[in-house]
Design a protein around this ligand. Sequence first.
Ligand code: ZN
Length: 211
Amino acid sequence: MASNNINGPGFSGPGDPPPVPATVAEVCDNHSVGVVITDSRDRVLLITRATLPVGRAPIAGHRDDHGSVEDTARDEVAEEVQLTVTSLVRVVDGRWRTNACRRQHGPEGLGHRWTIFLATAAGEVRPDPAAASDAAWYTRAELRVLAGRTIAYATGALTAPQFAANPGLEPAWLAFVVELGLIDNVDPADLAATEILASTSPYTLPTARSR
Ligand SMILES: [Zn+2]
């Protein structure tokens, strides 16, 4: 790594493969499935992630051996918040993104092929502490505030510890949230800075070291 500012996001640039500690055994399968669940008031369910990368995010997980992407979506929703999916509409289909996860890089290197669903679900939200320290429904205005925190972090206005203490959206999700029309008025330069943050190893960020 060329440099790592302990007071900032520690960008190394997207061309610099970020390090993952050798103690991490899990290997990425380069395939992520995200599930954007809305309720009857059109609010979006986000978990506060208990694992790296830090952030609040829709339900998501690696496809691994779950089966189809639909199976993966249902399984991840059940595992992370104990809801039962009642509808799934695929809105992003196999999009490659160079976002970093907490695992060793997969066969295709740094990044994931993303499938995203809009979904509804039934039951009572009960987050699995292994996946989420919290789960809650967010209005569009609240999503915009969380996006603002992520942009502030990506552009150096918030430090990693400040972001971790009250996380905004997980960086990789900002582009999807904009694409899906859940928020608007995001400056392209802010989005670009957040994309760099999303491709930075979560282990290079100061708050990650004690986890
Ligand atoms: Zn991964």
